[in-house]
Structure formats: structure tokens, C-alpha cells
Write a protein of this length. Structure first.
Length: 84
């Protein structure tokens, strides 16, 4: 954690400038920027479960479309039913 205390007769601008410089030198911003959008890879089992779920949902959607009963409410109900 970076801490900067105000010196005697130091202006706020100088304090902010000094703090900014300390943050830059510490490398905190570089570390955060590198890991900002990093997402952990999903496990093989998790990928498989998601793929199977998508296949089941797609089959049910196609079935409802053929019967002419597919709409937003039907999709919500279908997803709710599949998650149980």
C-alpha cells in the first residue's frame, strides 16, 4: 500500500504529483492492467456441461418453434426448467 504524507508548506498539487509518481514507480498500475481482463480457463468438465446444456436448450427451442409456441416467455420458462 502506498502512503504519502503532506510535508510542511506543500501544496495539494505537489502532494498529488508526488503520490502519482510513487504509484507509477511501484508498478501497481502495470500489474492491474495486465490482469484486468484475464479470465481463468474453464475446466474440461465445465466446458462439457455448458455444451450439453446448449444442445438441450437448442433442441427444445427448435421443438417449440415448430409448434409455433416460441416467444420470450417460453424461453424464460425453458431455461428455468433446465436449471432445476
Amino acid at each position: 500500500m502506498i502512503e504519502v504524507k503532506k510535508k510542511d508548506k506543500e501544496t495539494s498539487e505537489n502532494l498529488i504529483r508526488r503520490f502519482s509518481r510513487r504509484v507509477q514507480q511501484s508498478g501497481v498500475l502495470m500489474r492491474v492492467r495486465k490482469t484486468r481482463f484475464h479470465a481463468e480457463e474453464k475446466s474440461k468438465q465445465k466446458k462439457r456441461e455448458e455444451a450439453l446444456y446448449k444442445i438441450k436448450i437448442r433442441k427444445e427451442i427448435d421443438k417449440l418453434k415448430k409448434m409455433g409456441k416460441f416467444d420470450d416467455e417460453a424461453l424464460k420458462n425453458l431455461k428455468r426448467k433446465m436449471n432445476k
